[in-house]
Design a protein around this ligand. Sequence first.
Ligand code: PLP
Length: 364
Amino acid sequence: MSSTPERPADDLHVDTVIVSAGRPPREPGAPVNPPVYLTSTYVADGPVTYARGGNPTWDAFEAVLGRLEGGTALVHASGMGAISAALSLVPGGGTVVAPDTTYNGTVDVLQAFEKAGGTVRRRHATDTAGFISDLEGADLVWLESPTNPLMDVIDLPTVLAAAREHGVVSVVDNTLPTPLGCRPLELGADVVVHSATKYISGHSDVLLGVTVVADDERGGGIGERLALHRTLHGAIAGPMEVYLGLRGLRTLALRLERAGSNAAQLAARLEGHPAVERVRYPGAGAMLSIDVAGGAEAADRVCAATRVWVHSTSLGGVESQLERRRRLPAEPESVPPNLIRLSVGIEHLEDLWSDLDQALNAAL
Ligand code: PLP
Protein backbone atom coordinates (compact mmCIF):
# COMPACT_ATOMS: atom_id res chain seq x y z
CA MET A 1 0.00 0.00 0.00
CA SER A 2 1.28 3.49 -0.85
CA SER A 3 1.99 5.72 2.14
CA THR A 4 1.36 8.87 0.08
CA PRO A 5 -2.12 10.18 0.86
CA GLU A 6 -4.24 11.15 -2.11
CA ARG A 7 -4.29 14.88 -2.87
CA PRO A 8 -7.62 16.03 -4.30
CA ALA A 9 -7.73 18.49 -7.20
CA ASP A 10 -6.95 22.07 -6.28
CA ASP A 11 -10.29 23.53 -7.34
CA LEU A 12 -12.13 22.06 -4.37
CA HIS A 13 -13.67 24.23 -1.70
CA VAL A 14 -11.88 24.24 1.62
CA ASP A 15 -14.76 22.42 3.37
CA THR A 16 -14.35 19.61 0.85
CA VAL A 17 -10.57 19.50 1.21
CA ILE A 18 -10.98 19.06 4.97
CA VAL A 19 -13.10 15.99 4.36
CA SER A 20 -11.38 14.46 1.34
CA ALA A 21 -7.64 15.15 1.62
CA GLY A 22 -5.27 12.72 3.28
CA ARG A 23 -7.25 9.57 2.49
CA PRO A 24 -5.68 6.38 1.13
CA PRO A 25 -5.62 6.04 -2.68
CA ARG A 26 -8.99 4.85 -4.02
CA GLU A 27 -8.34 1.28 -4.96
CA PRO A 28 -10.88 -1.53 -4.78
CA GLY A 29 -11.00 -2.77 -1.22
CA ALA A 30 -8.80 0.05 0.14
CA PRO A 31 -9.81 1.50 3.50
CA VAL A 32 -11.54 4.88 3.42
CA ASN A 33 -9.56 6.09 6.43
CA PRO A 34 -5.79 5.90 6.88
CA PRO A 35 -4.77 2.99 9.09
CA VAL A 36 -3.14 3.73 12.46
CA TYR A 37 0.43 2.55 12.06
CA LEU A 38 1.46 1.23 15.45
CA THR A 39 5.12 0.59 14.82
CA SER A 40 8.36 1.96 16.22
CA THR A 41 10.51 0.83 13.29
CA TYR A 42 10.32 -0.22 9.64
CA VAL A 43 11.90 -2.91 7.51
CA ALA A 44 15.24 -1.60 6.25
CA ASP A 45 15.84 0.24 2.98
CA GLY A 46 12.45 2.03 2.82
CA PRO A 47 11.81 5.80 2.83
CA VAL A 48 11.55 5.90 6.64
CA THR A 49 13.73 3.78 8.91
CA TYR A 50 12.48 4.59 12.42
CA ALA A 51 9.19 5.99 13.73
CA ARG A 52 10.76 9.06 15.36
CA GLY A 53 11.36 10.25 11.79
CA GLY A 54 8.02 9.44 10.21
CA ASN A 55 4.75 7.54 10.31
CA PRO A 56 2.16 7.12 7.53
CA THR A 57 -0.59 8.15 9.97
CA TRP A 58 1.23 11.48 10.34
CA ASP A 59 1.38 11.78 6.54
CA ALA A 60 -2.40 11.75 6.28
CA PHE A 61 -2.91 14.45 8.94
CA GLU A 62 -0.07 16.54 7.54
CA ALA A 63 -1.50 16.28 4.01
CA VAL A 64 -4.77 17.88 5.15
CA LEU A 65 -3.11 20.64 7.19
CA GLY A 66 -0.66 21.33 4.37
CA ARG A 67 -3.49 21.73 1.91
CA LEU A 68 -5.47 23.97 4.26
CA GLU A 69 -2.56 26.31 5.03
CA GLY A 70 -1.03 26.14 1.54
CA GLY A 71 2.32 24.60 2.47
CA THR A 72 4.03 21.55 3.92
CA ALA A 73 2.92 20.51 7.40
CA LEU A 74 4.63 18.62 10.20
CA VAL A 75 2.75 17.23 13.17
CA HIS A 76 4.29 17.68 16.66
CA ALA A 77 3.46 16.23 20.06
CA SER A 78 1.72 19.44 21.19
CA GLY A 79 1.35 23.10 20.32
CA MET A 80 4.34 23.79 22.58
CA GLY A 81 6.31 21.18 20.64
CA ALA A 82 5.51 23.11 17.45
CA ILE A 83 6.34 26.46 19.11
CA SER A 84 9.67 25.12 20.40
CA ALA A 85 10.52 23.77 16.95
CA ALA A 86 9.77 27.16 15.36
CA LEU A 87 11.82 29.04 17.97
CA SER A 88 14.74 26.70 17.33
CA LEU A 89 15.15 28.67 14.07
CA VAL A 90 16.58 31.56 16.12
CA PRO A 91 20.34 31.37 16.62
CA GLY A 92 21.61 31.34 20.23
CA GLY A 93 21.86 34.94 21.47
CA GLY A 94 19.59 36.07 18.62
CA THR A 95 16.72 38.56 18.64
CA VAL A 96 12.98 37.91 18.53
CA VAL A 97 10.22 40.48 18.03
CA ALA A 98 6.94 39.49 19.68
CA PRO A 99 3.64 40.86 21.04
CA ASP A 100 3.85 41.85 24.71
CA THR A 101 0.82 39.69 25.48
CA THR A 102 0.36 36.36 23.83
CA TYR A 103 -0.43 32.76 24.77
CA ASN A 104 1.36 32.34 28.11
CA GLY A 105 3.35 29.26 27.05
CA THR A 106 4.93 31.42 24.37
CA VAL A 107 5.55 34.16 26.94
CA ASP A 108 7.32 31.61 29.17
CA VAL A 109 9.42 30.11 26.41
CA LEU A 110 10.52 33.57 25.25
CA GLN A 111 11.50 34.43 28.83
CA ALA A 112 13.59 31.26 28.94
CA PHE A 113 15.17 32.30 25.65
CA GLU A 114 16.10 35.66 27.22
CA LYS A 115 17.59 33.95 30.27
CA ALA A 116 19.74 31.92 27.89
CA GLY A 117 21.17 35.13 26.40
CA GLY A 118 18.65 35.95 23.67
CA THR A 119 16.88 39.30 23.21
CA VAL A 120 13.11 39.77 22.95
CA ARG A 121 11.65 43.05 21.71
CA ARG A 122 8.02 43.28 22.80
CA ARG A 123 5.31 45.49 21.34
CA HIS A 124 1.62 45.90 21.93
CA ALA A 125 -0.23 43.86 19.29
CA THR A 126 -1.73 46.92 17.63
CA ASP A 127 1.55 48.90 17.52
CA THR A 128 2.26 48.14 13.85
CA ALA A 129 4.87 50.87 13.44
CA GLY A 130 6.65 49.62 16.57
CA PHE A 131 6.79 46.07 15.23
CA ILE A 132 8.24 47.33 11.96
CA SER A 133 10.94 49.45 13.60
CA ASP A 134 11.89 46.50 15.85
CA LEU A 135 12.53 44.27 12.83
CA GLU A 136 15.87 45.93 12.11
CA GLY A 137 18.60 43.42 13.00
CA ALA A 138 16.10 40.87 14.36
CA ASP A 139 16.22 37.16 13.54
CA LEU A 140 12.56 36.20 13.92
CA VAL A 141 9.20 37.88 14.43
CA TRP A 142 6.55 35.96 16.39
CA LEU A 143 2.93 36.86 15.69
CA GLU A 144 -0.42 35.65 17.03
CA SER A 145 -3.68 37.25 15.94
CA PRO A 146 -6.04 37.63 17.63
CA THR A 147 -3.85 37.43 20.72
CA ASN A 148 -4.77 34.99 23.45
CA PRO A 149 -6.54 36.09 25.67
CA LEU A 150 -6.77 39.85 25.00
CA MET A 151 -8.17 39.26 21.48
CA ASP A 152 -6.14 42.14 20.01
CA VAL A 153 -5.74 41.97 16.25
CA ILE A 154 -2.29 42.38 14.66
CA ASP A 155 -1.99 43.91 11.17
CA LEU A 156 -0.53 40.69 9.76
CA PRO A 157 -0.25 41.72 6.06
CA THR A 158 1.75 44.86 6.94
CA VAL A 159 4.04 43.29 9.53
CA LEU A 160 4.65 40.17 7.42
CA ALA A 161 5.51 42.26 4.34
CA ALA A 162 7.96 44.31 6.43
CA ALA A 163 9.52 41.13 7.85
CA ARG A 164 10.11 39.90 4.30
CA GLU A 165 11.78 43.20 3.36
CA HIS A 166 14.06 42.97 6.40
CA GLY A 167 14.87 39.30 5.78
CA VAL A 168 13.43 38.39 9.20
CA VAL A 169 11.90 34.92 9.56
CA SER A 170 8.21 35.26 10.44
CA VAL A 171 6.13 32.81 12.45
CA VAL A 172 2.37 33.07 13.00
CA ASP A 173 0.54 31.11 15.70
CA ASN A 174 -2.70 30.48 13.81
CA THR A 175 -4.42 28.45 16.55
CA LEU A 176 -7.29 30.84 17.19
CA PRO A 177 -8.33 31.74 13.62
CA THR A 178 -7.59 28.24 12.20
CA PRO A 179 -6.80 27.98 8.46
CA LEU A 180 -10.48 28.67 7.80
CA GLY A 181 -10.12 32.15 9.27
CA CYS A 182 -6.60 33.08 8.17
CA ARG A 183 -3.91 31.67 5.87
CA PRO A 184 -0.72 33.41 7.01
CA LEU A 185 1.54 31.78 4.38
CA GLU A 186 -0.49 33.58 1.70
CA LEU A 187 0.15 36.83 3.57
CA GLY A 188 3.92 36.21 3.44
CA ALA A 189 4.62 34.27 6.65
CA ASP A 190 7.45 31.74 6.61
CA VAL A 191 6.04 29.40 9.26
CA VAL A 192 2.58 28.78 10.71
CA VAL A 193 2.20 27.02 14.04
CA HIS A 194 -0.90 25.53 15.60
CA SER A 195 -1.90 24.03 18.83
CA ALA A 196 -3.89 21.30 17.07
CA THR A 197 -5.11 20.41 20.55
CA LYS A 198 -7.68 23.17 20.03
CA TYR A 199 -9.99 23.68 17.03
CA ILE A 200 -8.19 21.31 14.67
CA SER A 201 -8.77 18.26 16.86
CA GLY A 202 -11.79 19.93 18.41
CA HIS A 203 -12.85 17.48 21.11
CA SER A 204 -10.53 18.15 24.06
CA ASP A 205 -9.19 14.62 23.93
CA VAL A 206 -5.66 14.94 22.49
CA LEU A 207 -2.62 17.21 22.54
CA LEU A 208 -1.08 17.86 19.14
CA GLY A 209 0.83 20.62 17.37
CA VAL A 210 1.53 21.52 13.77
CA THR A 211 4.11 23.58 11.89
CA VAL A 212 3.55 24.50 8.25
CA VAL A 213 6.10 26.09 5.88
CA ALA A 214 5.58 27.52 2.42
CA ASP A 215 6.33 25.05 -0.37
CA ASP A 216 8.28 27.51 -2.50
CA GLU A 217 11.82 28.76 -1.97
CA ARG A 218 10.68 31.17 0.72
CA GLY A 219 10.83 28.21 3.09
CA GLY A 220 14.59 28.09 2.27
CA GLY A 221 15.43 24.96 4.24
CA ILE A 222 13.19 25.90 7.16
CA GLY A 223 11.05 22.80 6.67
CA GLU A 224 14.09 20.54 6.88
CA ARG A 225 15.29 22.28 10.03
CA LEU A 226 11.91 21.88 11.70
CA ALA A 227 11.76 18.20 10.75
CA LEU A 228 15.28 17.65 12.09
CA HIS A 229 14.37 19.43 15.34
CA ARG A 230 11.33 17.17 15.73
CA THR A 231 13.35 14.03 15.10
CA LEU A 232 16.30 14.95 17.31
CA HIS A 233 14.34 16.43 20.21
CA GLY A 234 11.94 13.52 20.04
CA ALA A 235 8.71 15.39 20.84
CA ILE A 236 6.77 13.30 18.38
CA ALA A 237 3.05 12.62 18.30
CA GLY A 238 1.66 9.15 18.89
CA PRO A 239 -0.17 7.65 15.91
CA MET A 240 -3.40 7.18 17.89
CA GLU A 241 -3.41 10.86 18.84
CA VAL A 242 -2.82 11.86 15.24
CA TYR A 243 -5.62 9.61 14.08
CA LEU A 244 -7.97 11.21 16.61
CA GLY A 245 -6.78 14.64 15.50
CA LEU A 246 -7.56 13.77 11.89
CA ARG A 247 -10.95 12.39 12.83
CA GLY A 248 -11.76 15.63 14.66
CA LEU A 249 -10.39 17.78 11.86
CA ARG A 250 -12.89 16.34 9.36
CA THR A 251 -15.70 18.37 11.00
CA LEU A 252 -13.77 21.62 11.49
CA ALA A 253 -15.85 23.64 9.03
CA LEU A 254 -19.15 22.56 10.58
CA ARG A 255 -17.95 23.07 14.13
CA LEU A 256 -16.63 26.54 13.39
CA GLU A 257 -19.79 27.56 11.58
CA ARG A 258 -21.88 26.79 14.65
CA ALA A 259 -19.39 27.97 17.27
CA GLY A 260 -18.65 31.18 15.34
CA SER A 261 -22.33 32.00 15.02
CA ASN A 262 -22.86 31.31 18.75
CA ALA A 263 -19.88 33.54 19.61
CA ALA A 264 -21.10 36.46 17.49
CA GLN A 265 -24.52 36.37 19.12
CA LEU A 266 -23.13 35.99 22.65
CA ALA A 267 -20.73 38.89 22.07
CA ALA A 268 -23.63 41.12 21.04
CA ARG A 269 -25.74 40.11 24.07
CA LEU A 270 -22.85 40.48 26.52
CA GLU A 271 -22.29 44.08 25.37
CA GLY A 272 -25.43 45.09 27.20
CA HIS A 273 -24.93 42.98 30.34
CA PRO A 274 -24.66 44.94 33.64
CA ALA A 275 -22.03 42.51 34.99
CA VAL A 276 -19.73 42.98 32.00
CA GLU A 277 -17.39 45.98 31.80
CA ARG A 278 -15.88 45.14 28.44
CA VAL A 279 -16.37 42.60 25.66
CA ARG A 280 -13.26 41.67 23.69
CA TYR A 281 -14.51 40.06 20.51
CA PRO A 282 -12.32 40.30 17.40
CA GLY A 283 -15.35 40.23 15.09
CA ALA A 284 -14.91 36.65 13.87
CA GLY A 285 -14.04 33.22 15.20
CA ALA A 286 -15.38 31.46 18.27
CA MET A 287 -13.31 33.09 21.03
CA LEU A 288 -14.03 36.17 23.07
CA SER A 289 -13.02 37.55 26.44
CA ILE A 290 -14.99 39.64 28.91
CA ASP A 291 -13.89 41.92 31.74
CA VAL A 292 -16.29 41.23 34.60
CA ALA A 293 -17.54 44.03 36.85
CA GLY A 294 -16.53 43.46 40.48
CA GLY A 295 -12.96 42.32 39.88
CA ALA A 296 -11.25 38.96 40.10
CA GLU A 297 -13.47 37.62 42.90
CA ALA A 298 -16.64 38.28 40.91
CA ALA A 299 -15.03 36.67 37.86
CA ASP A 300 -14.16 33.59 39.93
CA ARG A 301 -17.77 33.40 41.12
CA VAL A 302 -18.95 33.45 37.50
CA CYS A 303 -16.62 30.59 36.59
CA ALA A 304 -17.82 28.57 39.57
CA ALA A 305 -21.52 29.18 38.84
CA THR A 306 -21.92 27.83 35.30
CA ARG A 307 -23.53 24.46 34.65
CA VAL A 308 -23.20 24.19 30.86
CA TRP A 309 -19.93 26.08 30.37
CA VAL A 310 -16.96 24.03 31.61
CA HIS A 311 -14.48 25.79 33.87
CA SER A 312 -11.24 24.59 32.29
CA THR A 313 -8.05 25.94 30.82
CA SER A 314 -8.26 24.97 27.19
CA LEU A 315 -10.17 26.18 24.14
CA GLY A 316 -11.46 25.04 20.77
CA GLY A 317 -13.46 22.01 21.93
CA VAL A 318 -17.07 21.27 20.99
CA GLU A 319 -17.95 22.10 24.61
CA SER A 320 -17.99 25.72 25.73
CA GLN A 321 -15.22 26.53 28.19
CA LEU A 322 -14.46 29.54 30.34
CA GLU A 323 -11.58 30.58 32.52
CA ARG A 324 -10.33 33.58 34.49
CA ARG A 325 -6.90 33.63 32.96
CA ARG A 326 -5.02 35.46 35.71
CA ARG A 327 -5.71 32.58 38.09
CA LEU A 328 -2.76 31.00 36.28
CA PRO A 329 0.58 32.18 37.72
CA ALA A 330 2.08 32.13 34.21
CA GLU A 331 -0.39 34.64 32.80
CA PRO A 332 1.21 38.04 32.02
CA GLU A 333 0.16 41.00 34.21
CA SER A 334 -1.05 42.82 31.09
CA VAL A 335 -4.08 40.52 31.24
CA PRO A 336 -6.67 42.14 33.56
CA PRO A 337 -7.37 40.09 36.73
CA ASN A 338 -11.12 40.21 36.02
CA LEU A 339 -10.82 38.91 32.43
CA ILE A 340 -12.66 35.67 31.63
CA ARG A 341 -11.79 33.95 28.38
CA LEU A 342 -14.71 32.26 26.65
CA SER A 343 -14.22 29.47 24.15
CA VAL A 344 -17.63 29.10 22.57
CA GLY A 345 -18.71 25.61 21.61
CA ILE A 346 -21.45 24.11 19.50
CA GLU A 347 -24.21 23.74 22.11
CA HIS A 348 -27.57 25.47 21.63
CA LEU A 349 -27.14 29.23 21.79
CA GLU A 350 -30.00 29.74 24.26
CA ASP A 351 -28.57 27.22 26.73
CA LEU A 352 -25.18 28.92 26.56
CA TRP A 353 -26.72 32.32 27.04
CA SER A 354 -29.04 31.46 29.93
CA ASP A 355 -26.22 29.64 31.76
CA LEU A 356 -23.78 32.52 31.33
CA ASP A 357 -26.42 35.12 32.13
CA GLN A 358 -27.41 33.41 35.41
CA ALA A 359 -23.72 33.01 36.39
CA LEU A 360 -23.00 36.69 35.66
CA ASN A 361 -26.10 37.79 37.56
CA ALA A 362 -25.14 35.63 40.54
CA ALA A 363 -21.80 37.40 40.70
CA LEU A 364 -23.25 40.91 40.65
N1 PLP B 1 -0.86 28.49 21.02
C1 PLP B 1 -2.01 28.95 21.54
C2 PLP B 1 -2.63 30.18 20.95
C3 PLP B 1 -2.61 28.29 22.61
O1 PLP B 1 -3.76 28.77 23.14
C4 PLP B 1 -1.98 27.14 23.15
C5 PLP B 1 -2.57 26.42 24.32
O2 PLP B 1 -3.46 26.90 24.98
C6 PLP B 1 -0.78 26.72 22.60
C7 PLP B 1 -0.25 27.39 21.53
C8 PLP B 1 -0.04 25.52 23.18
O3 PLP B 1 -0.61 24.35 22.72
P1 PLP B 1 -0.55 22.94 23.51
O4 PLP B 1 -1.34 23.10 24.75
O5 PLP B 1 -1.15 22.01 22.49
O6 PLP B 1 0.90 22.64 23.78
